[in-house]
Design a protein around this ligand. Sequence first.
Ligand code: SF4
Length: 223
Amino acid sequence: MDMLDPLPPSVLRDRLIALADVYARADAAVDAFVAASGLACPFGCGTCCEAFIPDILPVEADFVALHLVRHDRDDAYRLAARGLSAQSHDGGRLGCPLYRADTPYHCGVYENRPLICRMFAFSAVRDKHGHSAFSLCKLMHVQPQQIRIGVGSELVSIFRAEPPVMADFGSELVGIDPAVAGIRRPIHELIGPAIMKLLFLVGMGSNPEGNGPPVSPPVPRAS
Ligand code: SF4
């Protein structure tokens, strides 16, 4: 798997392979629902990331950190040293620190983004009876007569397909590293330590003859 190439064989690498598999199936489930329902976000919309900071699992933070380490190692060092903080937007909204208004999908780690970002707006929750419940994002443009909310068996007649349930994929993620299953934190709290871990592991597995950027920051020497 190319995306994991810089990582040497390790428990973390195995966990990220399992994570990528869950993400691939979640993406496929969302794609199938989008195709069947015809629903779509407004073109170029990134509003949800401007007023939202995802809570994620540590293994998801590791996957995000891997993206940052692979794509811009100098920037990864800077982020690990300085930390990340929420972005401020108009109206006092606090948004994700990885939001990038100038990129096509408005996300600085799009390929490695967390589960909630992959499924948000195109997935259902379970109500207290265990039925799937789904409502349209208020920003989605649909026909005026379109019913915007549904539960259980009515979902197929309203939206032409049943949306995937995010919790079903979320419980699979929890199973990847059950020892820390209870830990969900805002993304900016986990990314710094995750970057440090990834830099260490990538450094361990790097080829000293390679031509890539240095894997360790310069160390001051006493003279
Ligand atoms: S990780 Fe990316 S998709 Fe998720 S909230 Fe942040 S900017 Fe948005």
